[in-house]
Design a protein around this ligand. Structure first.
Ligand code: F3S
Ligand code: F3S
Length: 105
Protein backbone atom coordinates (compact mmCIF):
# COMPACT_ATOMS: atom_id res chain seq x y z
CA UNK A 1 0.00 0.00 0.00
CA UNK A 2 0.93 3.63 -0.23
CA UNK A 3 0.96 5.86 2.85
CA UNK A 4 0.17 9.53 3.45
CA UNK A 5 2.67 11.00 5.91
CA UNK A 6 3.14 14.14 8.00
CA UNK A 7 3.44 16.75 5.21
CA UNK A 8 -0.29 16.34 4.44
CA UNK A 9 -1.36 17.39 7.94
CA UNK A 10 -3.24 20.73 7.79
CA UNK A 11 -2.41 21.02 4.07
CA UNK A 12 -4.84 18.57 2.46
CA UNK A 13 -4.16 19.65 -1.09
CA UNK A 14 -6.29 16.75 -2.41
CA UNK A 15 -4.62 16.57 -5.83
CA UNK A 16 -4.06 12.90 -4.97
CA UNK A 17 -7.78 12.18 -4.87
CA UNK A 18 -8.20 13.12 -8.52
CA UNK A 19 -5.58 10.57 -9.57
CA UNK A 20 -6.72 7.51 -7.67
CA UNK A 21 -8.51 5.02 -9.93
CA UNK A 22 -10.11 3.15 -7.02
CA UNK A 23 -11.23 6.10 -4.84
CA UNK A 24 -9.36 4.79 -1.80
CA UNK A 25 -8.00 8.09 -0.40
CA UNK A 26 -10.22 9.12 2.53
CA UNK A 27 -10.50 12.55 4.12
CA UNK A 28 -10.11 13.07 7.85
CA UNK A 29 -10.18 16.41 9.67
CA UNK A 30 -6.49 17.31 9.32
CA UNK A 31 -5.10 14.71 6.92
CA UNK A 32 -6.04 12.23 4.27
CA UNK A 33 -5.56 8.48 4.62
CA UNK A 34 -5.00 5.71 2.09
CA UNK A 35 -6.98 2.53 2.66
CA UNK A 36 -4.35 -0.23 2.90
CA UNK A 37 -6.51 -2.95 1.36
CA UNK A 38 -8.35 -0.90 -1.24
CA UNK A 39 -5.16 0.69 -2.62
CA UNK A 40 -4.00 -1.26 -5.67
CA UNK A 41 -0.48 0.23 -5.56
CA UNK A 42 -0.90 2.02 -8.86
CA UNK A 43 1.29 4.86 -7.59
CA UNK A 44 -0.55 7.58 -9.52
CA UNK A 45 -1.10 9.69 -6.41
CA UNK A 46 2.52 9.88 -5.32
CA UNK A 47 3.99 12.34 -7.87
CA UNK A 48 1.08 14.80 -7.81
CA UNK A 49 1.23 15.70 -4.13
CA UNK A 50 2.76 19.20 -4.01
CA UNK A 51 4.25 18.62 -0.55
CA UNK A 52 5.51 15.07 -1.24
CA UNK A 53 3.46 13.49 1.53
CA UNK A 54 2.86 10.16 -0.25
CA UNK A 55 5.23 7.19 -0.13
CA UNK A 56 5.18 3.50 -0.96
CA UNK A 57 5.05 1.69 2.38
CA UNK A 58 8.64 0.48 2.13
CA UNK A 59 9.90 3.95 1.24
CA UNK A 60 8.38 6.00 4.08
CA UNK A 61 11.22 8.04 5.62
CA UNK A 62 12.20 6.81 9.07
CA UNK A 63 10.91 9.85 10.93
CA UNK A 64 7.42 9.21 9.49
CA UNK A 65 7.42 5.41 9.77
CA UNK A 66 4.47 5.54 12.21
CA UNK A 67 2.26 7.03 9.52
CA UNK A 68 2.01 3.58 7.94
CA UNK A 69 0.32 2.38 11.12
CA UNK A 70 -1.81 5.53 11.28
CA UNK A 71 -3.12 5.00 7.75
CA UNK A 72 -3.98 1.38 8.58
CA UNK A 73 -5.53 2.04 12.01
CA UNK A 74 -7.66 4.92 10.73
CA UNK A 75 -9.83 2.26 9.12
CA UNK A 76 -10.11 -0.03 12.17
CA UNK A 77 -13.72 0.92 12.77
CA UNK A 78 -14.60 1.79 9.18
CA UNK A 79 -13.70 -1.53 7.60
CA UNK A 80 -13.59 -1.35 3.83
CA UNK A 81 -16.13 1.23 2.67
CA UNK A 82 -15.20 0.60 -0.96
CA UNK A 83 -15.01 4.25 -1.96
CA UNK A 84 -14.10 7.53 -0.32
CA UNK A 85 -16.34 9.87 -2.27
CA UNK A 86 -19.47 8.33 -0.77
CA UNK A 87 -18.30 9.10 2.77
CA UNK A 88 -16.99 12.62 2.32
CA UNK A 89 -15.30 14.25 5.29
CA UNK A 90 -14.78 11.91 8.24
CA UNK A 91 -14.79 14.13 11.32
CA UNK A 92 -11.81 12.67 13.14
CA UNK A 93 -8.13 11.81 12.77
CA UNK A 94 -5.78 9.09 13.94
CA UNK A 95 -4.28 9.97 17.37
CA UNK A 96 -0.85 10.39 15.74
CA UNK A 97 -2.26 13.19 13.59
CA UNK A 98 -4.29 14.63 16.50
CA UNK A 99 -0.98 15.04 18.34
CA UNK A 100 0.69 17.09 15.64
CA UNK A 101 1.16 20.80 16.33
CA UNK A 102 -1.19 22.88 14.20
CA UNK A 103 0.56 23.98 11.05
CA UNK A 104 0.13 27.64 10.28
CA UNK A 105 1.15 28.56 6.75
FE1 F3S B 1 -2.43 15.50 1.22
FE2 F3S B 1 -0.80 15.68 -0.77
FE3 F3S B 1 -3.08 14.46 -1.09
S1 F3S B 1 -1.20 17.25 0.74
S2 F3S B 1 -4.41 15.50 0.32
S3 F3S B 1 -1.44 13.82 0.24
S4 F3S B 1 -2.09 15.75 -2.57
FE1 F3S C 1 -4.83 5.11 -5.34
FE2 F3S C 1 -2.43 5.99 -4.84
FE3 F3S C 1 -3.11 3.55 -4.20
S1 F3S C 1 -3.58 6.44 -6.62
S2 F3S C 1 -4.53 2.98 -5.76
S3 F3S C 1 -3.93 5.39 -3.36
S4 F3S C 1 -1.17 4.20 -4.96
Amino acid sequence: TYVIAQPCVDVKDKACIEECPVDCIYEGRRSLYIHPEECVDCGACEPVCPVEAIFYEDDVPGEWRDYHRANVEFFDDLGSPGGASGLGLIERDHPLIDGQPVRTA
